[in-house]
Design a protein around this ligand. Structure first.
Ligand code: BGC
Length: 781
């Protein structure tokens, strides 16, 4: 039997799973998913079964479904969207001397899968003995190309290990494959049962193409496969095609010492506008290009693409090999989620699984785009172009809800609101300021004038208009934004949520600044001097509730007057609270689902004094239960800033291992892309202390005792920088581009060709806050 315990090995540049564990299939399929942001393949086994959840996704390709309500209300979205498992091209079935290769039967003598962060491939090595005792070695390697975004490819080899064996390989293209139910809602299950309607099917020689459309959303797609074969002798090859299945079959006798090798190229295309013949041509062309490029060149391009990525984005950690691996795993998946989305959203799960119906949330702008802006800026720009492409829909939604400017959706695939839970779907308006924040940050980091003209100014202006209309001045002149839901979803419809107000303030100021910078664009959007004056006035008078007695900001007005949640009476099994208590109870208590005020302190760092940050952090950390994976990273960043380095490290561990250790028990449905991005934020914003204020970078690095050294790289305004942190100093190096002014712990300096090493000031440690019982950060040992 296999000589290893199922689980991940620790290694710096890859993730290896040894052994077959059927119970872990769903989880490993998400973790081993390959994607380029346009096309995503779950890490299922080639032979199609055993399978947890088959998954092949095209970014933006969805089916519509009715949203169910027991009682309706004005403005409730009626139609939602769900990501579709499209035609599966990755299935390669194998018959070994009459026995279907299925790892639930026979014996797996060796079995490992390796996700390689440098080659950008998933490799597999299996030695399997069939129930009748015939033994073969199967090797495969697959990629979803970063450079040729419509293409995936699989190299698949079978080698008999005990004499000559007749082998039959069936390489499939399968539409409407049965999938495990991901919902208890029968209406959604019905919408997603056989969602693809056949339009066209063809096959010839070793190639095939199937075209379909979705029944309700009417989106068209086509998928094609073609093969290169390396066979040791004469073979019988055939191809068959039906509406939902195309199959290339190869039957061949292979002697021991010989092998059968097949390279499968898979191409996809989809469109809401192009006709089926046009899509057919597009996919056939992509396939021809993929075949012409060939496996070796696809592999080389993949490697070159990743070499370039790691040269700009890598993080090195000394002192904790598991965290080193986790950080690279995280960066690899963030890249996979965003690299080639090209004017499409970055969903909360990327393209790794059907979780959250494939929707994108504020997660993208607040957690993922800050990382991409500093590592692959073009990908951040593309994601924001998607938001811009949905402006008309957001404008309509604002009109529908009686508001000015735009209201972007809380969750969506196509720009329409997809949330049926109105306290978020209508009231979590901060998503608009989050989009403006990501826009402003991207512009500061890149000076991308084309983006500014095409999208940036309009995004800032239209979101600013929302705030100016949504808030109001009270009798003493303060500008209030009442009745909103902030990031902490255990509070809703709260007045003057500090996070929302501060982000709106930034939004209003950035919009006014963009109009001053680009007066011709301001004219184009009808922005008058009176309007920008009003934006300034709203921003300057923004209400920020503060409890003088406690000496802390209020997450929202009156929050600190509520009863504290009874943490002592809440057992570990009662978390997450939203599944065990009514919202009614949560909303009227001091308990925080995920960082809210603490996130405001990270994103608007200059608004708070150092003392306020320390007091606020201690107060809110004691109330925060992290029922969302979007919290640990923010808590890490602020814990590091206020001097709780050891606690910051603990939160970093939790963020970094959220998916690898399945801390939220739902990796089966897909990875938590924002939390993965948060791993970068812990290193760079937390231990690097980086805050970007406009075009300027301020660092305040400090290492926790648990790490010996941390190095990170960032791209900023055409430059590439590296920062190496040890216990007592930090070294800044310019890897490319012009010299730059930086700040280190409040001291300005110029970085040019020569690295600069500066000492890290002494830190007086403070006692860590009392954390909710049963909700301490995750510990490995
Ligand atoms: C969080 C939201 C987040 C969503 C998707 C929820 O649990 O509370 O803030 O946007 O998950 O990740």
């Amino acid at each position: 039997m296999i000589d290893c315990n199922p689980g991940f090995d620790v290694a710096p540049w890859h993730l290896r799973w040894c052994g077959l564990d059927l119970d872990a299939l769903l989880r490993t399929e998400s973790i081993f998913a390959l994607s380029n942001g346009h096309l995503g393949l779950r890490g299922t086994l080639e032979e199609g079964e055993p399978v947890g959840q088959p998954g092949t996704y095209l970014n933006g390709y969805y089916e519509k479904r009715q949203l169910p309500y027991a009682e309706t209300g004005y403005g409730y979205p009626e139609v939602g969207q769900s990501i579709v498992n499209v035609t599966d091209g990755k299935i390669i079935r194998l018959l070994v001397a009459d026995e279907p290769m299925d790892m639930r039967y026979g014996k797996a003598l060796e079995h490992e899968r390796v996700l390689d962060f440098r080659s950008g491939t998933l490799r597999r090595n299996t030695v399997w003995s069939s129930p009748t005792g015939r033994t073969v070695r199967i090797r495969s390697e697959r990629l979803v190309s970063f450079t040729d975004r419509a293409i995936a490819a699989i190299r698949y080899e079978v080698e008999p290990l005990d004499g000559e064996i007749d082998l039959v390989v069936q390489s499939d293209l399968l539409a409407n494959e049965p999938a495990a139910a991901t919902t208890r809602d029968p209406r959604l299950a019905a919408a997603l049962d056989r969602p693809l309607v056949a339009d066209f099917a063809t096959a010839r020689d070793y190639s095939a193409l199937l075209a379909h459309h979705t029944r309700h959303s009417g989106l068209r797609m086509a998928a094609g496969i073609d093969h290169e074969l390396e066979l040791p002798g004469p073979a019988r090859c055939s191809v068959q095609v039906e509406d939902d299945l195309a199959r290339v079959t190869i039957a061949v006798d292979v002697a021991q010492g010989d092998r059968l090798r097949l390279t499968k190229y898979i191409a996809y295309g989809w469109s809401s506008r192009r006709s089926t013949p046009a899509l057919r041509a597009q996919v056939a062309a992509a396939l021809a290009a993929g075949m012409e490029t060939g496996w070796d060149t696809l592999l080389r391009r993949q490697r070159d693409y990743l070499d370039e990525f790691w040269a700009t984005a890598d993080i090195e950690i000394d002192g904790d090999p598991e965290l080193q691996q986790a950080v690279r795993f995280a960066l690899f998946h963030v890249l996979q989620a965003g690299a080639r989305g090209e004017s499409r959203a970055i969903p909360a799960k990327g393209l790794t699984g059907p979780g959250y119906d494939g929707h994108a949330f504020w997660d993208t702008e607040t957690f993922v785009l800050p990382v991409l802006t500093c590592t692959v800026p073009s990908a951040a720009g593309q994601a924001l172009r998607w938001r811009h492409s949905t402006l008309d829909t957001a404008r309509r939604r604002a009109r529908e809800l009686g508001q000015s400017g735009v209201m972007f959706p809380w969750r969506s695939i196509n720009g329409e609101e997809g949330s049926g839970y109105w306290p978020t779907g209508t009231a979590a308006v901060h998503v608009n300021a989050d989009i403006a924040d990501a826009t402003a940050r991207y512009l500061a980091a890149t000076d991308d004038e084309e983006f500014e003209t095409d999208c940036g100014v309009e995004l800032l202006v239209e979101t600013a208009r929302l705030w100016a209309g949504l808030g109001h001045h009270n009798s003493s002149g303060d500008f209030r934004i009442d009745g909103v839901t902030g990031p902490d979803e255990y509070s809703a419809l709260a007045d003057n949520n500090v996070y929302t107000n501060l982000m709106a303030q930034r939004n209003l100021r950035e919009a006014a600044a963009a109009c001053a910078r680009r007066p011709e664009m301001a004219d184009k959007f009808g922005v008058t001097p009176e309007e920008t004056a009003r934006w300034h006035d709203c921003a300057d008078r923004m209400a920020l509730p503060y409890n003088e007695k406690l000496g802390v900001h209020e997450q929202s007005e009156g929050f600190t007057r509520y009863a504290r949640w009874d943490f002592a009476a809440t057992t570990a099994t009662n978390y997450p609270l939203l599944l065990n208590y009514p919202y009614f109870e949560l909303y009227r208590k001091q308990v925080v689902k995920q960082a809210d005020l603490v996130l405001a302190m990270q994103l608007c760092p200059t608004v708070f004094t150092a003392e306020q940050k320390a007091r606020n952090f201690d107060y809110y950390d004691a109330l925060t239960v992290r029922d969302s994976s979007l919290s640990a990273c923010t808590q890490a960043v602020l814990a590091a800033e206020v001097g709780h380095l050891s606690l910051a490290f603990d939160y970093f561990v939790e963020a970094a291992l959220t998916d690898l250790h399945d801390l939220h028990h739902n990796v089966a449905h897909g990875l938590h892309i924002a939390s993965l991005a948060g791993t970068w934020l812990c290193c760079v914003g937390g231990f690097g202390g980086l805050r970007d204020c406009g075009k300027d970078l301020f660092f305040a690095p400090r290492l926790p005792d648990q790490l010996d050294r941390l190095t990170f790289r960032i791209a900023w305004r055409g430059r590439r920088l590296a920062v190496e942190i040890t216990a007592d100093s930090a070294t800044y190096s310019l890897l490319g581009g012009d010299s730059i002014r930086l700040s280190h712990h409040g001291r300005d300096f110029t970085l040019d060709a020569d690295p600069v090493t500066l000492p890290i000031p002494f830190l007086r440690s403070r006692p860590a806050p009392e954390l909710p019982d049963g909700r301490r950060p995750y510990r490995r040992f």
